[in-house]
Design a protein around this ligand. Structure first.
Ligand code: NAD
Ligand code: UGA
Length: 466
């Protein structure tokens, strides 16, 4: 099949679709890029004159949007028209865990992928390359192909490629501009070459690798499983450190200096969050079970189990140190996003930890530099079944616009996100606002001078150190 790529459509204007297409538009000025979404509010936010209202906070994103929006980058709700105009369509829709039915709690819910594929079938014209950008279970391309091949109109031809995205939130723009690799899976050489031509505008050729469809789909799930596995591994070691007097930062450094292991992703913390690690591993577990690989399924499942255990053990440590009860006590929560430099709270460890503390009756004063009141409200609203507090003693939370506000009258501050600004705080000033004995529970080890903090009068608990 012959292709000529002049117009790209991306279905899904989320954390992946938005930044990825912004970078493609910036690097390929001769291509028109249309990002479409059913969510009108999200599209309005992408089109907002006020760039601080963009739906996603990512360092470097505003600059690209300023350069390209209205030039060759457009955000729109007109899904049908933009599909019809496109020579290449990226499917960048959400693929969360299924909530009910077969595979509930484990398998990916592919209903958004299926519906966008059906929209493509109905509205695309001529020869169209369909690119899987969403993270999908192995063999999803087969489903996409069978839907697209069901077309009875001989004027429509499709070629399906897998091109998983490896960006991490908070560094999305940098990851997109300098990727470790670009992975393209497919069978149709012409289609693969067209996608390579796009990436070649800024990615060195040796970093663009091609495989068959299934290897590409599996590589994405496996990469996330490996990354998450390192975090669960180091978090288990953090618990051993606490009981043996070893220091997790030193152990991580010593392990990571082995070039076979490498130093990245060995930072202990309150457990991994984000929209993808848990769902992608559970999806892998589900696939293993489906293919009868029980031992493999158990192996990967334990990575998720350790992650839950880590969050739970942190809540217990807080309660234990505050004399076994936090009912009615004010606690300052510093950081709510799942990592620094993002406003995303999906699967943030802060959610489970805050819910456990609320369950113990605490009053939480929550501060995060980028997370909005509405996001926190949404995350903490499912209190128990039917949104009824699980017990009469259930605590409540307050949104603080400033860290000093969040610290006022608290017995403890709990650092849950590794925001840089926490390192620069005047802790003396904060101490003055707190109730004594004042505690800091530093689950990210952002406090770099524990001696100084202790000398101010704080009781300091750091993950994997005490
Ligand atoms: P997201 O929820 O932020 O965005 C998905 C968007 O798709 C939503 O705005 C939704 O309204 C839209 N959508 C769904 N169905 C649609 C349809 N039929 N037509 C038009 N719009 C539709 O999700 P995300 O974080 O961008 O993730 C997208 C995919 O990329 C997922 O499969 C995820 O696993 C994968 N991924 C995410 C990241 C990340 O850092 N968030 C990184 C790599 C890969
Ligand atoms: C992760 C992967 O890093 C990306 O390559 C992948 O594309 C993406 O998932 C995806 O498929 O969605 P992301 O979840 O955005 O990216 O962020 P990470 O930097 O991987 O952090 C995930 C979680 O692990 C965060 O809660 C972070 O605080 C935690 N983490 C990370 C640690 O606790 N320790 C570490 O050493 C690294």
């Amino acid at each position: 099949m012959e292709f000529k790529i002049k117009k790209i459509c991306c279905i899904g204007a989320g954390y992946v679709g938005g930044p990825t297409m912004a970078v493609i538009a910036d690097k390929c000025k001769g291509i028109e890029v249309n990002v479409v979404d059913l969510n009108r509010e999200r599209i309005a936010a992408w089109n907002s004159e006020n760039l601080s209202e963009l739906p996603i906070f990512e360092p470097g994103l505003k600059n690209i949007i300023t350069r390209r929006r209205g030039e060759n980058l457009h955000f729109s709700c007109d899904v049908e028209m933009n599909i019809a105009l496109a020579d290449m369509i990226f499917i960048s829709v959400n693929t969360p865990i299924k909530k009910s039915g077969i595979g509930a709690g484990m398998a990916s819910d592919l209903k958004w992928v299926e519906s966008s594929t059906r929209q493509i079938l109905e509205h695309a014209q001529g020869n169209t390359i369909v690119v899987e950008k969403s993270t999908l279970p192995v063999k999803t391309a087969k489903t996409i192909k069978s839907i697209l091949e069901s077309n009875k109109n001989s004027n429509k031809n499709f070629s399906v490629l897998s091109n998983p995205e490896f960006l991490a939130e908070g560094t999305a723009i940098d990851d997109l501009i300098n990727p470790d690799r670009v992975l393209i899976g497919g069978e149709d050489r012409n289609a693969i070459d067209e996608l390579i031509k796009i990436y070649e505008n800024w990615v060195p050729k040796n970093k663009i690798i091609t495989t068959n469809l299934w290897s590409s789909e599996l590589s994405k799930l496996s990469a996330n499983a490996f990354l998450a596995q390192r975090i669960s591994s180091i978090n288990t070691i953090s618990a051993i450190c606490e009981t043996t007097g070893s220091n997790i930062n030193d152990v991580s450094k010593a392990i990571g200096m082995d070039s076979r292991i490498g130093s990245e992703f060995l930072k202990a913390g309150p457990g991994f969050g984000g929209s993808c690690f848990k769902k992608d591993i559970l999806n892998l577990v589900y696939l293993c079970q489906y293919y009868g690989l029980g031992e493999v399924a158990n192996f990967w499942k334990s990575v998720v189990d350790i992650n839950s255990w880590q969050k739970d053990r942190i809540s217990k440590i807080i309660v234990k140190n505050l004399f076994g009860t936090i009912a009615g006590k004010k606690l300052g929560i510093f950081g709510f996003s799942f990592k620094a430099n993002t406003n995303d709270t999906r699967e943030s460890p802060a959610i489970e930890i805050c819910k456990s503390l609320l369950d113990e009756g605490a009053i939480l004063q929550i501060y995060d530099p980028k997370v909005s009141f509405d996001s926190i409200k949404k995350d903490l609203s499912t209190i128990g079944e039917d949104s009824i507090p699980k017990n009469d003693n259930y605590g409540h939370w307050i949104f603080s616009r400033k860290s000093l506000e969040a610290a006022k009258d608290t017995d403890a501050i709990i650092i849950l996100t590794d925001w840089d600004e926490f390192k620069t705080y005047n802790w003396e000033e904060i101490y003055e606002l707190m109730r004594i004995p004042a505690w800091i529970f530093d689950t990210r080890n952002v406090i770099e001078s524990p001696k100084h903090i202790r000398s101010l009068g704080f009781n300091l608990w750091q993950l994997g150190i005490n």
